[in-house]
Design a protein around this ligand. Structure first.
Ligand code: 0WK
Ligand code: 0WK
Ligand code: BGC
Ligand code: BGC
Length: 909
């Protein structure tokens, strides 16, 4: 009976299609879709294990965070040197990314040179390997005439499993492929490279980033296809990376955004997860490898091993007499005699069988045509298994991305590189087909990385460079914030207590920095005011003339705005008041009231020592005004004389008020609880109703702008503020105002930008004439730039209008600086306000004070954040006061008219 079986078996052998023979022999390598789905699910489980803190230590698939947080976004640029080590070729490259004109479309230009890595270095000492690398680098720099003096930023593609504490550090976990170098495991490969470069000498290189080849490949392809979020290598080794949600990467702080994870899937199965797929041939390959027990998946898939697998199968079948009539040659017994390139050649459509014959002949074998068909089939099954396993791994990664983003379907691009994928004729098609079969709801595009991974590595270095400079910029901004913005409550407490001391001192004696000038306004309006009044309002951005009519607690107001040219602001007093008289004349003419001698209230928003409600001498100009022969003069008289000089109309000026007082009055007309007036505009100031008992000297008002004129704010004033003060028309004066008001914030920002640019941290260090021009950065730009609705590009276009041409990064920095300066201003005003309302509360012996503040001024009204930050600061620093802010609708003019009405009605009594 046995005899019968053996005869029929051999007969069938003789007749059988050789491929069938091989199929049966290698059935364990011919994986069905359900097996691939199984492999895929196992890999998915391994990925989760590698990501989670609990299980990652024991995980075979390391899932290494790379610190690459985004695929290319189009802003990368620069010239880099790149090293590409770990694939089949060691290359040194020069990569120019959008550096200058003449760069071909797509914006990247590359020059490369391949340097052989002598065999002995693969298993030598790390120092020798890196000396060879840095010697090659030096040779390349020399050959490309890249000056040894210039610091060359370098991107390092190192295709071995590394842990990355940061973008420019790579701690080697283990060697693989055909490398087993001594003395580097657990060490930082960047450090080793830097030391080698120092040893080699005569070159200045700044290693900015070390990346895995999968990551660099993803970035390279991501440069041309924004959907590329997976990097795949099927070369000497195999591996894949992808953009994982940061919240899933326990090893890295933060939950926002994504980070590229290098899966190191080559090690899949090292923990036995694939044992039921491992064949004896795989075990033989592993046993004979440089790293037995390691890189299980890689040894079933990658170019380093496919040829060897085929050789071992052919050898085994030959030994079993299933090939070459059982003839075995020494060459066939020799490791590495069939390469992966041979496998690819054997599978070529046209010449496959011819190549197979040639290769087997080269192995001193005499293959029959069936032998060739059989060996070709062996190659096909071995490489098919490889592409199938890669497809299973990829399917797991794409499924994870889909799950991460709760997507039913997924459109994604996979960037691919590696000799097997590039040179094996059938490989790509087979891989694509199986991936699409395993993931019918995904649209997967495979994008071959034409120019290798160094373009991607350079892009990562460009991001690293940007991040470094950004970090430097942010560090500097922190410094500026630290030096510029007393965000620390301790400093704000300081401002509050200094303000309080200033108020108290100003009430007691003259000549203090906070003048506490009496306004002779003893009470707020009571609604009985009636009649027609003219209100003149000088001191803010413009001069306004308005006619106010009060009737039964209602007011009607007509006004006209006039600008005050700089030459008038800084001309003679006579010219200034003649200009005012001319504007008033024009308004009365426009209102047809030239013949009427109207009672008028004059809002004069400068510090005036008043000796009565309708008289006051100017103490000192502020806010850029510098008209001569005015300081120490009675400004009401000066206006009266100007009107007389004009001799076209006459006014009965019955009240002179400060704009803070006018603002308080006009808001108190709506809300009697309004007992504080504040201006946050061109200038900065505040007034409040003070208890008469506290006014030792008859006259009393406020002028908090002068706080710090006695240097009590030195520890808060920054060099930028000092620059602004020095170049102002009143150096040493109004120090608090120069930290808080619209007249100066733009200038402070300009000084900060100037400093950042001089330090090379902005606008590429180009200090343009524009940037050196005082007043170029008006405060209105702060409001525009800081508006949340404005995209970075719009910030950029504002800067361009100003002649400041910068990058998106520069726009981010400028926006930061604007925010820092305006936030400080609002906080300092908040601290000052807290001092005043707390004083009022204590003076009235109240536990809690509820009070309203009438406020006006472009900074308060137009700046996107100023008012909010001011309110928050007052809330924090005067917790026993409930302060309501009432933006004044009609400005202080109405307030001046109200005061004129009160005065006039008292005179009629
Ligand atoms: C080319 C890339 C390199 C990568 C290699 C992998 O530039 O970074 O390591 O592909 O393929 P291999 O050369 O190992 O076949
Ligand atoms: C509007 C008031 C005026 C005050 C001005 C301040 O009516 O009295 O001087 O606000 O704001 P600025 O125009 O300086 O921004
Ligand atoms: C290495 C990976 C590398 C892959 C492709 C593997 O052996 O572990 O880091 O990405 O080869 O070169
Ligand atoms: C003036 C104040 C005025 C403030 C707001 C300051 O420069 O000294 O009198 O209230 O600006 O306009």
């Amino acid at each position: 009976m046995l005899a019968v079986h053996l005869v029929s078996f051999f007969f069938s052998k003789l007749q059988e299609d050789p491929t069938k023979k091989v199929d049966r022999f290698l059935h364990a390598m011919r994986l069905q879709d359900e097996q691939l789905v199984d492999v895929s699910n196992r890999f998915l489980a391994e990925m989760k294990k590698g990501l989670s803190a609990e299980s990652l230590a024991a995980a075979a698939v390391k899932m290494l965070p790379t610190h690459v947080r985004s695929t290319p976004d189009g802003s990368e640029k620069g010239q880099f040197v790149a090293l590409d080590l770990g694939g089949s070729k060691f290359k040194v490259l020069r990569v120019k990314v959008r550096e200058d004109e003449g760069i071909k479309k797509g914006g990247v230009e590359m020059e490369e040179k391949t340097y052989p890595i002598p065999e002995e270095l693969h298993e030598g000492r790390a120092v020798e390997l890196f000396d060879h690398v840095s010697e090659s680098l030096k040779d390349f720099l020399h050959e490309k005439n890249m000056s040894p003096e210039k610091k060359h930023p370098l991107a390092f593609t190192f295709s071995f499993p590394c842990e990355h504490p940061s973008l420019d550090q790579g701690l080697l976990l283990s060697w693989c492929k055909n490398y087993k170098v001594r003395g580097l495991q657990g060490k930082d490969v960047v450090q080793s490279l830097r030391q080698a470069i120092d040893r080699t000498g005569d070159m200045d290189v700044d290693v900015l980033a070390v990346v895995n080849d999968t990551v660099a490949t993803m970035m390279t392809c991501g440069f041309d296809d924004q959907c590329c979020e997976v990097g795949l290598i099927i070369g000497t080794g195999t591996n894949a990376c992808y953009m994982e949600e940061l919240r899933h990467i326990d090893l890295v702080q933060g939950d926002e955004g994504r980070m590229c994870v290098n899966t190191e899937w080559g090690a899949f199965g090292d923990d036995g997860a694939l044992d039921d797929f491992i064949t004896d041939f795989d075990r033989d390959v592993d046993a004979a490898s440089l790293n037995p027990g390691k890189q299980t998946f890689e040894k079933m898939v990658s170019g380093m091993y496919l040829g060897e697998l085929v050789r071992l199968v052919v050898l085994k079948m030959a030994k079993l007499g299933l090939l070459f009539d059982g003839h075995v040659s020494d060459a066939l017994r020799t490791k590495g005699k069939i390469t992966t390139a041979d496998v690819a050649a054997m599978e070529e459509y046209i010449n496959g069988l011819i190549n197979t014959k040639e290769i087997l002949t080269r192995l001193q074998l005499t293959p029959s045509p069936d032998d060739c068909v059989a060996v070709q089939q062996i190659s096909t099954i071995v490489s098919f298994r490889s592409s199938n396993l890669v497809a299973a791994g990829l399917a797991a990664i794409l499924t994870r991305i889909k799950q991460n983003r709760n997507l039913r379907g997924l459109r994604i691009t996979v960037g691919v590189d590696g000799t097997v994928y590039k040179t094996h004729p059938q490989y790509p098609k087979r891989l694509h087909k199986v991936v699409r079969r395993l993931l019918p709801d995904c649209q997967v595009r495979f994008l071959l990385s034409e120019s290798g991974s160094s373009k991607g590595a350079a892009l990562v270095a460009a991001v690293a460079q940007r991040l470094t400079s950004q970090r430097r910029k942010v560090r500097l901004l922190d410094q500026i914030r630290f030096r510029c913005l007393c965000t620390f409550s301790s400093q704000l407490q300081l401002v509050k207590s200094r303000m309080r001391e200033g108020l108290e001192a100003g009430l007691k004696s003259k000549g203090c920095t906070i003048k506490m000038l009496p306004s002779f306004v003893y009470h707020t309006p009571n609604g009985t005011e009636r009649g027609k009044y003219l209100a003149l309002d000088l001191g803010g951005t413009n001069f306004r003339a308005m006619l106010v009519r009060f009737k039964r607690q209602k007011s009607r107001l007509y006004h006209k705005i006039y600008t005050i040219p700089l030459e008038i602001m800084q001309g003679t007093g006579e010219e200034l008041f003649d200009h005012l008289a001319q504007c008033v004349c024009d308004f009365l003419d426009y209102m047809g009231l030239k013949k009427v001698r109207l009672p008028a209230g004059f809002t004069f928003s400068f510090p005036c020592q008043q000796s009565g409600i309708d008289t006051g001498t100017l103490v000192s100009w502020t806010k850029g005004f510098k008209a001569t022969d005015c300081e120490g003069e009675d400004v009401v008289n000066m206006l009266r004389e100007a009107i007389k000089r004009r001799n076209e109309f006459d006014l009965d000026i019955v009240a002179l008020v400060n704009d803070t007082v006018g603002t308080m009055m006009s808001c108190a007309y709506e809300d009697p609880k309004c007992e504080v007036g504040m201006i946050a505009g061109t200038g900065s100031n505040l007034c409040y109703m003070e208890e008469l008992k506290n006014i030792e000297k008859l006259e009393q008002s406020n002028e908090w702008g002068g706080l710090g004129d006695d240097r009590c704010l030195e520890d808060i004033i920054t060099p930028y503020d000092a620059e602004v003060d020095m170049h102002s028309v009143n150096p040493g004066k109004q120090r608090f105002e120069k930290l808080t008001s619209g007249m100066y914030l733009g200038e402070i920002v300009r000084q900060v930008l100037l400093d950042l640019t001089r330090r090379g941290l902005l606008f590429k260090g180009h200090v343009t004439e524009t940037l050196k021009t005082p007043g170029i950065f008006e405060t209105k730009y702060l409001s525009q730039i800081e508006s949340d609705r404005l995209a970075l590009l719009q910030v950029r276009s504002i800067l361009q209008q100003l002649g400041l041409h910068g990058t998106c990064d520069d726009s981010i920095i400028v926006k930061e600086v604007c925010g820092a300066v305006s936030r400080r201003a609002a906080q300092m005003c908040g601290a000052g306000m807290a001092a005043v309302v707390d004083k009022i509360r204590e003076d009235r012996g109240l536990e809690r004070l509820s009070i309203a503040v009438g406020v006006d001024g472009a900074l308060y009204k137009l700046h996107p954040h100023f008012s909010q930050v001011l309110k928050e600061t007052v809330g924090v620093m005067a917790p026993h006061c409930n302060v309501t802010f009432l933006p004044s609708e009609e400005g202080s003019g109405k307030g001046a008219a109200l005061i004129a009405a009160v005065v006039r009605q008292k005179q009629e009594m």
